[in-house]
Design a protein around this ligand. Sequence first.
Ligand SMILES: [Zn+2]
Length: 173
Amino acid sequence: MDLYCSYKYWLIILFVLISETTTIFFSIIDYLQIEYFRKYLINPKKQFPNKNDMKLCMKVNIKTYKKIIFPAFFIGIFICNTLDIDPFKCDDYNINRSIPKTIIHILSSDYLFYILHRIMHLSYFYKKYHKQHHEYKTTFALVNHYIDLNELIAFLFPIVLPAVLLNVHIYDL
Ligand SMILES: [Zn+2]
């Protein structure tokens, strides 16, 4: 097992944390109700979210990370390390090969995400899973992961499946 490559799997967790920086930034503005940023809103009359609603959404966000997102990463890393699977080979990275693959990955991932979201708006799935996500008519950053845990598992597939099938390099994710 190449330790250097193995170590790189752990950078995925850092990648996830970096991807949450916008949520953290906008949530700080909402929580402290910083009026300075109001001029950048599409609707400047929009109210700041209620602090209790923010706390509830934060609790659900933490739960999604504890119960689904981080375990999914740990299981993936464990399987790759145990079975010596090396989906993100570090020694044969070629940017010319990666660009078209990355474009296909973005388009297919986005399309699958769109189809799954449409399915979630069918009456049965909406009532059973998706209703919670649309509970707040005036949305805020933390609502992104204010989601039923079963639904979150389903929404991992449009992100993970095209990346695995296309063998997308970690640099391009
Ligand atoms: Zn929806």
